[in-house]
Design a protein around this ligand. Structure first.
Ligand code: WT7
Length: 654
């Protein structure tokens, strides 16, 4: 409630700076309204027009939107294109020598590639993949650190019509294994090690471990990029060095032209059950979403230096590192390291060094940099910046104001972008030269994106009010299905009560200006440091430990991470106390790190003889949430079967 209170009392409003408005692509609120009106009057033609203008098609489409099998919408579905051609080849005539990527390694060394060089590297690697037997429709797992090679790997898959599924390098062997088997991958592309914060992280060893878990018969090759010269475990008949494969590969590779609906990639994300969902995206519609948002929300200009700090393992790194910036022929910074190494000034130092003009990061990073290094921004020249962005979770007004004043010097608009793995691109965000901003609000939907707030029966909430956030119309970059589970796709996102609307899974509030304020998830999904974690996933991981009988996981507000993970655990043996309890806590945290990944480790574990349950055996998470926050329980507990357990759990803080 307190976060809701604080944003609802927020009434500061910032008009876009005059200078910014003057040069903005969408300039002034009237231009924004005109675009929205044009989308309203003919929804399909609105998107069709942009799709024709912004994408190079091998075969033009005649049909814009197919609604014959709702909710399996198809966009531009008789058109043919190639995403890599749109990101590379089409820029060569004009921008062959333009820098595509400025890569800064963990140790500060910098390497740059032009569009022509990137094109050659993608062609060579595409040919290497073809030689490995990869072709149209095959699934390829990419388990790479932030690197030019990671982008090359994704683009090369796109070039030959293979479907990539990037797994974040922080996920454990178990999580990687689950994704490999679910997607039926034929090949894995990884690095031998990653380098972050001065330390090397074994990646190839984790791939080997994942493959040893069984059921990975589909995988017959592993391609390894040698990031550092260090011992790397090796299987002679299965593993190949990246550099050896591309050495003699041809530097021309004809793109494989695919249907607009051909899956460009599958990206796993957490839902409210234990099993992650393979979010399946299209080619044409997805690309259009990234292009339009680069232009509208980031107001991208030819001379901009764009930097999105997200890892390619998340959707933000797909849309605003691997595809969006390249599709519009922009220059971007790609960073291998972490914001606090060698010190908490790293981001600001890099902005100065590379003259970054558009900077896009997560609220959790901003909050942690305020906490550990509020003095750092003052040491650097940040005058190259003209636009700032945030994504991943609600930004608290205090952090927004700091970002606005200390980083943007009150010159740079802040675009707070609400979207999801499933939406592919920004959905609600200010067009910076048109829409006034309010700290903590993602403001208004993009033109052509029809959002609403509804009650549980799907009825529109009129005027000021709160409820479920939904999209009332399909949009080009939307999720197409859950890989291998179309029924789950229908059930999760288009529940019958909502009469055809897309359920985002967030609750939201609309203010008197029609601005959206995101209040958080409505399902059993936590948002820890901008990363989505399913409580069920963590619970299943805990219960898989031989010591554990039962577990319930809830979130608790956290100053920096947004939310922290609190686990209530019942052991098979006696409830532990003292040093023994501490030892088991450490063991279980490690265990979850191994089962899912370090990001999912519970911040606190509390032991009980039981969990609060209803007579029918359902865990009352609402009570656990209150306990976790240290709140008095004042709500109704008449359905609770074992009220005495509350007292015990209250005492259980270790
Ligand atoms: C969930 C999606 C989209 C890329 C990163 C996360 C939350 C995202 C915002 C924002 C408030 C936000 C929502 C959403 N979220 N952006 N600007 N303001 N909340 O992608 O892992 O798919 O998570 O992140 O709860 O549903 P994701």
């Amino acid at each position: 409630m307190s976060s809701i209170e604080s944003v609802l009392h927020e009434c500061r409003k910032f008009q876009p700076h005059e200078l910014f408005v003057k040069h903005a692509t969408i300039s002034g609120i009237d231009s924004y309204h005109a675009l929205c009106a044009s989308a309203d009057s003919d929804y399909a033609s609105f998107w069709g027009g942009f799709a024709r203008k912004e994408i190079d098609w091998k075969k033009a489409f005649n049909h814009i939107l197919d609604e014959s099998n709702i909710p399996f919408y198809r966009w531009f579905y008789d058109g043919e294109l190639n995403a890599s051609y749109n990101c590379l080849d089409r820029h060569l005539a004009k921008s062959s020598n333009k820098t595509a990527i400025i890569f800064e390694a963990d140790d500060g060394s910098v390497s740059k590639v032009t569009y022509h060089e990137l094109y050659i590297r993608v062609c060579k690697f595409s040919n290497a993949l073809k030689d490995m037997g990869i072709s149209h429709g095959d699934r390829v797992i990419i388990y790479m650190p932030m690197s030019i090679e990671a982008v090359v790997a994704m683009q090369a898959c796109a070039r030959i019509g293979a479907i990539h599924s990037v797994v974040f390098g922080g996920f454990s062997a178990k999580s990687l294994h689950e994704r490999i088997t679910d997607v039926g991958a034929k090949t894995i592309i990884c690095a031998n090690y990653g380098v972050r914060g001065g330390k090397s992280v074994p990646l190839k060893a984790t791939v080997d471990e994942a493959l040893s878990l069984g059921g990975c018969e589909s995988v017959n090759k592993v391609i390894v990029y040698q990031r550092i010269n260090q011992d790397t475990p090796w299987s002679l008949d299965r593993d190949f060095w990246w550099h050896e494969l591309v050495e003699n590969a041809s530097d021309y590779c004809e793109p494989v032209w695919v249907n607009s609906e051909h899956p460009l990639f599958i990206l796993y994300t957490s839902g409210s059950t234990g099993k992650p969902k393979g979010v399946q995206h299209s080619t044409g519609g997805y690309l259009l979403g990234t292009i339009m948002s680069m232009k509208w929300v980031f107001d991208f200009k030819d001379e901009d230096i764009f930097w999105c700090t997200a890892d390619v393992g998340w959707i933000t790194g797909h849309s605003y590192v691997a595809y969006g910036p390249l599709a519009i022929g922009g220059t971007q910074v790609l960073f291998e390291g972490i914001p606090t190494y060698p010190d908490a000034g790293r981001f600001w130092q890099m902005i100065e060094k590379h003259k970054v003009s558009i900077f896009y990061t997560a609220p959790t990073a901003i909050r942690s940099l305020i906490k550990v290094g509020a003095d750092f921004p003052g040491k650097y020249d940040l005058s190259s910046l003209r636009l700032l962005g945030t994504v991943g979770e609600p930004i608290n007004p205090e952090a927004w104001m700091w970002y606005f004043q200390e980083i943007g010097k009150e010159r740079c608009p802040i675009v707070d972008t609400w979207w999801q793995t499933e939406t592919g691109a920004h959905m609600i965000a200010p067009l910076p030269g048109a829409v006034a901003t309010k700290p903590g609000s993602c403001t208004l939907p993009l033109p052509g994106i029809i959002m609403d707030i509804v009650d549980e029966e799907g009825n529109h909430v009129e005027g000021v009010g709160g409820g479920l956030l939904v999209a009332k119309k399909p949009w080009p970059s939307m999720i197409r299905s859950i890989w291998g589970d179309p029924e789950r796709f229908k059930k999760s996102y288009f529940p019958t009560e909502l009469k055809g609307a897309y359920l985002a899974g967030d609750s939201a509030h609309r203010d008197e200006d029609g601005y959206y304020w995101i209040m958080g998830r409505i399902d059993d999904v936590l948002n820890v440091s901008g990363h989505r974690l399913g409580t069920m996933e963590i619970e299943s991981a805990l219960v898989a430990n031989p010591l554990v009988a039962e577990a319930a996981v809830v979130g608790k507000p956290h100053e920096i991470k947004g939310e922290s993970v609190i686990a209530y655990v019942v052991l098979k043996g006696l409830r532990p106390e003292g040093d023994e309890a501490k030892r088991i806590v450490a063991e279980l945290r490690e265990w979850v790190g191994k089962e899912i990944g370090p990001i999912a480790k519970p911040d606190e574990i509390r032991f009980g003889d039981n969990l609060p349950k209803t007579r029918s055996g359902k865990i009352m998470r609402r009570l656990l949430r209150s306990l976790a926050k240290g709140e008095e329980i004042t709500s109704d507990i008449s359905t609770l079967d074992n009220p005495s357990i509350l007292e015990q759990l209250k005492q259980s803080v270790i």
